[in-house]
Design a protein around this ligand. Structure first.
Ligand code: NG6
Ligand code: CA
Length: 508
């Protein structure tokens, strides 16, 4: 199928009729991206120790995918690929970004937001960003408007965290400026050295009154929590971790209210369930799994609030809601939040091997739900292979945007599958582990390319990496948890998949 395929060519006759009758005008699209939420973390994906009723009802009303993939096992490269339709391995500088990284996506690149903007949609980004800001790493003036912002890559409006909650600067950025900037406390940020006289988690562990670090996260202290990187100032603009989800929902809701009468695209990224996990007190102790479980409940509440706002604004039938995660789950990711001790029988990665960072499946096999509007099938479970890499081309098709030459080079239009109207898998999905080694998934097989890394993550979390000096081959249908390496038994298939991976590496 050509990328230029128009919407009507890909939709079922029922959907075309609905469009023609005007029962669905140009649908709003909300891409709700969780952070480090695992395949097994939602009750609609089989979790039994925790209940996520709001997300479950979105899934029940739409299509729930069982073989969906983020492009990478960490956030920055995963988000880069989701928004650009270009595999992160093609670009250096796409590894986990510092909070003072320059904007990684170039203004001249075509993005998912551009696809909507070009179709006349209002576009907005909320929440975790982690793709850099400004034109020069480390040279941002956080007390003025930054010179490169999400507006330069297609988002009309933004209310974001520059990186992650565990990285400075710990302030919300609204349209390129610190939100609620406090002139009495100018902000300075460094990832090289501390500011004189400022306590750190290492020198003043007694000041970590909200969460103690288990590894790393011992530089600046904000809100009684140690962070990665150093900052000074901020004053009243500094966030309170326990309010992050509420702020996100409030700003997203306001945006929907303001755009109830024109189509919008919202890229809505929760901090949940990334570290530091410090949900609002009303979620504390509400799960049997401690703060990580409570953060899952806060995530589910976020989903519920968005759905409720859509209903209140009369937008529920005209909004496509996509819920997914940027990479797989992790228990101890650097704070003493008891995630490991309290996990019990819960399996954050579902039936899959590995976790966040890993080349094994749980690193990047994620929940993926497409729901809402008469366009998406209702109550369907799809086992088709799907990948975030196809977001740009598929959603461009939905809104009738033709991609410019060279845009989203790796993205393929899969709208019918995403809407649950076809069972067709994409031919393959490439994924990148923390050490930048690649795996290739086809509907039936998985190849992990050889790489030199250690077999376990080295800095804290107990995670099998899947890195081996020889290629590994797994038959996914029979061996979903990657126990039996078949590379020696099927050398020809292994070679063919290595060749396919090489050709994908060489050309989009
Ligand atoms: C790691 C951090 C981890 C997390 C991760 C990025 C340490 C010891 N660990 O370096 O806590 O922030 O980076 O996660 O600092 S991601 O989901 O945003 O990619
Ligand atoms: Ca993540």
């Amino acid at each position: 199928m050509k990328k230029s395929t128009l919407l009507l060519a890909t939709l079922s006759s029922a959907s075309i009729a609905a469009l023609a009758q005007g029962t669905i005008s140009r649908p709003n699209v909300i891409l709700l991206l969780a952070d480090d939420l695992g395949f097994g973390d939602l009750s609609c994906y089989g979790a039994t120790q925790i209940s996520t009723p709001h997300t479950d009802s979105v899934a029940a009303a739409g299509v729930r995918f069982t073989d969906a993939h983020a492009v990478a096992a960490t956030s920055t490269p995963s988000r880069y690929s989701l928004l650009t339709g270009e595999y992160c391995f093609r670009r250096t500088g796409t590894d986990v970004a510092a909070g003072n990284a320059a904007l990684i996506i170039k203004p001249e690149q075509f993005t998912l937001a551009d696809a909507f903007r070009q179709a006349g949609y209002a576009t907005a980004a909320f929440g975790k960003w982690h793709l850099g800001l400004g034109s020069r790493t480390g040279e941002q003036d956080w007390n003025a408007r930054l010179d490169l912002t999400p507006a330069d890559i297609g988002f009309d409006h933004s209310y974001i965290m520059a990186a992650t909650a565990d990285r400075v600067p710990c302030v919300w950025m609204e349209n390129g400026r610190v939100a609620d900037h406090d002139p009495s406390a100018p902000i300075e940020v460094s990832y090289r050295k501390n500011f004189e006289g400022e306590p750190t988690g290492r020198t003043h562990p007694e000041l970590l009154y909200n969460l103690r670090s288990s590894h790393g996260h011992d530089q600046s202290i904000v809100n009684g929590i140690g962070r990665i990187g150093y900052m000074r100032g901020g004053g009243r603009a500094l966030w309170k971790d326990e309010n992050l989800a509420d702020s996100l929902v409030a700003h997203a809701t306001r945006f929907m209210e303001q755009h109830a009468d024109r189509p919008f695209f919202m890229y809505l990224c929760t901090n949940d369930v990334h570290v530091p996990r410090f949900p609002h007190p009303r979620f504390r102790g509400k799960s049997p799994m401690g703060l990580r479980g409570d953060a899952i409940l806060q995530f589910d509440w976020t989903v519920g609030e968005i759905c409720q706002a859509l209903r209140r604004l009369g937008l529920a039938d005209n909004t496509l809601l996509i819920i997914t995660s940027d990479n797989g789950p992790v228990l101890d990711d650097g704070y003493d939040d008891m995630a490991e001790a309290l996990v019990g029988n819960h399996r954050p990665g579902g039936p899959f091997r590995g976790a966040k960072y890993s080349a094994y499946e749980a690193g990047s096999r994620v929940p993926f739900i497409v729901s809402g509007t008469p366009l998406a099938a209702q109550g369907r479970v799809s086992h088709a292979l799907v990948s975030h890499i196809d977001a740009v081309a598929s959603l461009a098709t939905l809104v009738g945007t033709q991609l410019p030459q060279g845009a989203a080079p790796d993205s393929r239009p899969c709208l019918d599958t995403w809407l649950g109207r076809s069972r067709r898998s994409c031919p393959y999905a490439v994924k990148m582990a923390q050490n930048r080694s690649l795996t290739l998934r086809t509907p039936r097989w998985k190849l992990i390319e050889p790489s030199q890394g250690p077999s376990m993550i080295q800095w804290g979390p107990k995670i099998e990496t899947g890195y081996r000096p020889e290629p590994q081959l797994f038959r996914m249908k029979h061996d979903a948890d990657e126990q039996t390496d078949l590379a020696d038994r099927y050398p020809r298939r292994t070679r063919r998949l290595m060749q396919l991976l090489d050709s994908i590496k060489a050309h989009p």
